[in-house]
Design a protein around this ligand. Structure first.
Ligand code: NAD
Ligand code: AHE
Ligand code: ZN
Length: 383
């Protein structure tokens, strides 16, 4: 096949023209990568709850028209000048949490949040302030530095990591968000070994927290979900108990959890994005030391509240993005854990859709029995 390097590629993509409307499959033009950029042929992408959230119009950073998607797996098609961390043909996962290894944040050793490209990323732009996607004469915004709902995408060199080509991209794409987010949040919590844990929301993220807590030998892992179908899922991944807050009669879920744990949990995780649940997750923490980690993403304008006394008496409210994982440094290790069987990934895939049926993938997600739907971008196994 003739090389596409340096040329604009026309391909299929799912375009979000406006908030609250289904995606539209379009022919889009994808410009070549500029200096410091990488063009990727996306073979598979997961659909994350956050894609749905931004499409709904509830994301304060949501800009339209846009190509959503941030849980992809693909192959490097071409690279711009000055790219030395990936090369043509590498199997890669795009990273919505970039890692430049040079900024104050990367060098701090305290966070995985990199500042190199975050400002333009939040505006739906490439780091130089421009866009690479065009459709029907109109430029389209990028999303979370990834835009994996396109057969070809362009990302910053800081927003991509090469992985072992023997790993299945159809599965490893899920390490681009949901699984890494939950597993990292649990396994990177200092002191979590052997402790008690509550996980609110048993989706891909919550199951991944449960999986991480199990890996750390947590003695009690309580899963909480309003959907009873999630009980078996939670138990399969390592939960010791399941609580459905809608079936507690007059007892609040906070009181129930405190009763079950002799005073409260050592660690709790919100994986729902609901601010009332975030409050519950804090208030069921053990006095003096319980730590609540907010992972869920809340709608624009939503705020969390609690009595300050909850914090005065030693509970800690914190949060994490991408599980605190530094993508370029740490994702290859998680892929190796997946390949060795230590980290479950295949088990998360409940649904598949081809790109032209991606809206059905969103319907799958809303139906309540989907953990992850993987979208086949239409290249078959031709990696
Ligand atoms: P999901 O929709 O698959 O799972 C959410 C679960 O929460 C569902 O099982 C639902 O039944 C349950 N739930 C809803 N309301 C509840 C309530 N009141 N009490 C208990 N359970 C309740 O979503 P997901 O893909 O697992 O993502 C979870 C959240 O994490 C979303 O808000 C998503 O946007 C966010 N997220 C954050 C990051 C990050 O880096 N911080 C990364 C990925 C996803
Ligand atoms: N844009 C929103 C917030 C969205 C958000 O919190 N995103 C998470 C990742 S969700 C992945 O599924 C995140 O990483 N946040 C940190 C960051 O730097 O974006 C808003 O409220 O403006
Ligand atoms: Zn996500």
């Amino acid at each position: 096949m003739a090389s596409t390097e340096g040329k604009t590629i026309t391909c299929k993509a799912a375009v979000a023209w406006e908030a609250g409307k289904p995606l539209s499959i379009e022919d889009v033009e994808v410009a070549p990568p500029r200096a410091g950029e990488v063009r990727i042929k996306i073979l598979y992408t997961g659909i994350c709850h956050t894609d749905d959230y931004t499409l709904s119009g509830k994301d304060p950073e949501g800009v339209f028209p846009v190509i959503l998607g941030h849980e992809g797996g693909g192959v490097v098609e071409s690279v711009g000048e000055g790219v030395d961390n990936v090369k043509v043909g590498d199997h890669v996962v795009p990273l919505y949490t970039a890692e430049c290894k040079e900024c104050k944040m990367c060098k701090s050793g305290k966070t995985n949040l990199c500042s190199a490209v975050r400002a333009t990323q939040g505006q739906g732009l490439m780091p130089d302030g421009t866009k690479r996607f065009t459709c029907k004469g109109q430029e389209l915004h990028h999303f979370m530095g990834c835009s994996t709902f396109s057969q070809y995408t362009v990302v910053s060199k800081y927003s991509v990591v090469a992985i072992d080509p023997k790993a299945s991209l159809e599965k490893a794409c899920l390490l681009g968000c949901g699984i890494t987010t939950g597993y990292g949040a649990a396994t990177k919590s200092p002191g979590i070994e052997g402790s008690t844990v509550a996980v609110f929301g048993v989706g891909c993220v919550g199951l991944s927290v449960i999986q991480g807590a199990r890996a750390k030998g947590c003695t009690k892992i309580i899963a909480i979900d309003i959907n009873d179908k999630k009980k078996d899922w939670a138990k399969k991944f390592g939960a010791t108990d399941f609580v459905n807050p809608t079936q507690l009669g007059d007892q609040s879920v906070v009181d129930k959890l405190i009763e079950m744990t002799d005073g409260g949990l050592d660690f709790t995780f919100d994986c729902t994005g609901n601010v009332q649940v975030m409050r519950q997750a804090l208030e069921c923490c053990h006095k003096g030391w319980g730590v609540c980690n907010i992972i869920g993403v809340a709608p624009a304008g939503a705020e969390i509240a609690t009595r300050p006394f909850q914090l005065v008496t030693g509970r800690v409210w914190k949060g994490s993005a991408f599980g605190g994982v530094k993508g370029r440094s740490e994702l290859p290790g998680l892929v190796a854990d997946y390949q060795s069987g230590k980290l479950w990934v295949d088990q998360f895939v409940t649904h598949h859709q081809p790109l032209d049926k991606i809206n059905a993938g969103f319907d799958d997600m809303h139906a309540g029995d989907c953990i992850r739907c993987v979208v086949d971008m239409g290249f078959g196994d031709a990696q």
